[in-house]
Write a protein that binds this ligand. Sequence first.
Ligand code: SAM
Length: 443
Amino acid sequence: MQQRHFRTKDIYPEPVQIESLSHDGRGVTHIDGKTVFVEGGLPGERVKISAIKQSRQYDDAIVDEILEASAERVTPKCAAFGICGGCSLQHLNHDMQIRYKQQSLLDNFSKMGNLQPEEILEPLQAVEWGYRYKARLGVKFVKAKKRVYIGFREKHSRYLANMDQCEVLDPRIGKNLDVIAEAVGKLSCYNKIAQIEVAFSETGCALVFRNLVELTTEDKDILIQLGKDKDYHIYLQPKGPKTVTLIYPDKSELSYSLPEYNVKLVHLATDFTQVNPYINPLMIKQALALLEPDETDDVLELYSGIGNFTLPIARNVNSVVAVEGEKMLVDRANENAERNNITNVEYHVANLMEDTQGLPWLRGKQYNKVLLDPPRSGAKEMIDTIAQLKPQRIVYVSCNPATLARDADSLVNTHGYNIVKAGVIDMFPHTAHVESIALFVRE
Ligand SMILES: C[S@@+](CC[C@H](N)C(=O)[O-])C[C@H]1O[C@@H](n2cnc3c(N)ncnc32)[C@H](O)[C@@H]1O
């Protein structure tokens, strides 16, 4: 067991029974009417716990001893589980994780607006381990150990979890954390690398080292050797995203293909791309099945990134207008449309959290279908605008069931849409993150 970098208080003399799981994967119990969130506890279990933090409304606690284990409990694969802040559900069997996420989605719908999808979609599933293609890894030189660590932060501290392997990262990185840490440890500026951004694609694995000082020629040689040994593309980033510079190999073009739509998308290591390349094509397929694209359709897509949904949709409809907040992503999206000879797409840059009335992609325009894939904060500011367009179908892809349910409440209870189908997508196995999709149809 790794050392914990936080103190606990032994204030609960009696064992407790875990009643349910919270939205972030902790067990929930009540002691004298007060809610206690218990890290490491699963529903049905009897456990001894101690407190991490207390407040008037609730306590945070951690399991010290399991007296009666749940039948759904499994042995976590990762040695850092329980300490590392990356995963919180490795102790629950994978099928139950998905059932728990589906229940969390449905609970959010029912709590928020008394909503119930007419049909619950079969959960979309792909691989369970080694799925993660994107990550931001912390880097820390630990004086006492005289070595560099890389990885994710611990749950309750500013420290990095002590991990030489990560089971959810693609193994080309996940099994080489120690090798990368060793290379950083050899740099003259071993304590001036703030983080490493990891981005895989079909054409290579990019590591972007956020260097706070300039690297010497010898330092660069060390990282180049790492690139050669492990087949990584090595980038440095001395300042903002525009300063990202390739140092190995001479050329690097990251891209992924969606063969079903005859589409290939190029991207930079620092661009937003979906973290799980195994589930992404299944998610796109499901989104299109729900959208029911037709050659007469004019589709509005919001939060469109580099064109992950846009180009597959465009292959099947009359036109797509796609809107995204990051100019750099829109530049890439335009390049992607051009490279794929797709001409029925129009991209716009806009901040969709601000007033969009009167913007050219809305003024006098008509769209009969809308697809949106907003960030965690959801699309509150856009819901009235979308409803005013009166699309027949709205497909909403979400990474946060709470904001999806809030926006669904508005679409259904204010704007008269029906929530026809909804389901979860297993984008982030072993973490508490819930990806989901919902179809809204106008009555
Ligand atoms: C979950 S990602 C989806 C991207 C794309 N649909 C995909 O599948 O790759 C959310 C997108 O919303 C964009 N975004 C975040 N905040 C925004 C805002 N205020 N206005 C417009 N776009 C925003 C992000 O840049 C990101 O590309």
